[in-house]
Design a binder for this molecule. Sequence first.
Ligand SMILES: Cc1cc2nc3c(=O)[nH]c(=O)nc-3n(C[C@H](O)[C@H](O)[C@H](O)COP(=O)(O)O)c2cc1C
Length: 410
Amino acid sequence: MAIMTLEIFKPVTLAGMTLRNRLIRSATHESLADGSGAPGAAHEKLYTALAKGGAGAIITGYAGVQQDGKSSLANMLMINDDMLIPAYRKLTDAVHSHGTPIVLQIAHCGRQTRKAVTGMPTVAPSPLKDFIFNEERPHELSESEIEIIIGSFVAAAVRARKAGFDGVQLHLAHGYLLSEFLSSYTNRRRDRWGGSITNKFRIVSEIFRRIREEESDYPLLVKINGFDNRRGGMRSPEAVEIARQLEASGCSAIEVSSGTVEEGLSVMRGPVFPSEALLASNFKFKSLPAPVKKALAPLLRLAMPSPKPWRGYNLDAAKAIRQAVSIPVIAVGGIHTLKNITGVLDSGTADYISMSRPFVIEPNIVRKLQEGRQTASRCIECNYCAIMIEEYPLRCWYGKLHPARNMQPS
Ligand SMILES: Cc1cc2nc3c(=O)[nH]c(=O)nc-3n(C[C@H](O)[C@H](O)[C@H](O)COP(=O)(O)O)c2cc1C
């Protein structure tokens, strides 16, 4: 059933959580955690601003469930130890004091990380080198290592509840470990963890089954790829089947995204590839001499053409999934104007909208839209925010590199 425009800013219940509207802050890595992976004062400041600024619910940046799954981006949140619970409790209390639900996104980065950062070999369903994270061939996970990972996701969800989160979101998208299991491009296994959809989905269904044994009524959301653009990879019909299996497993809501890190900027799209940001912050490029960077910038732009369209690119996949399941569907990806938001809801494409970059530039974007002060985000989709978090705390760069560092774009 379609949701009429006027309903956007009315309170609504999602998986037992009460949201003041249908606009959600999608998971956004902030590069703000301390050395142990704990959130601190900077998280509290940002999340309080999001809550005060009207976000219907907040999904945190991804939090690692075990050390070998830690992100290569700077300062990832971790949820791999009970010692972290008090710091998270402080954060959830702060957000709840503004009446906003907060969901912890839990993840294992699989082959999309670096041994240099985790201190451990990278792991994946199959030993295939990544185009970007290719310093080593990932280790193919054994049965017992898969069991350990399942246990880590379950323990993370239990910790999240103890820390006051209203739910968790399993990261099944963007080429990270669970997404690698779901896509035949990265999962070439011939055992019970690969091959058929049921086999590829087994790791996720086991995580669900075991969390449900511990926390039968806890909201368990997921973010999945409606498709990736890899040869032999995930396509919409398979994502629809996975969505059905998620519903049968007790999933509370599905956020539909797409893409992998390897594809360049397909997860968060924009008109121009941000070469200068990549050259300034990426581990492969940042120490190159300035003249080399200058020469490389236009070449990178040619080599990494931005996928099109760069607005509303996951909507067909979201619609197909919404038609197949009866749990709520959240659409994400270049939905940055009130017109697009109402279009998605009114057409019955999704039940909720989530956004990331609009909240980076304006943490109070929802309030501005609701009060009629703006009809669109001011984000220019330069994607510098997405690239620069490899080195720097999250911020809006608005297409420019920090002048103090003399890294102006050409
Ligand atoms: C700086 C930045 C960090 C992100 N971190 C995460 C993350 O931790 N987990 C995740 O699932 N998606 C992450 N994303 C992807 C967003 O959640 C979202 O799917 C994508 O940006 C498209 O939505 P948008 O057009 O509203 O930005 C990140 C995006 C950006 C720009």
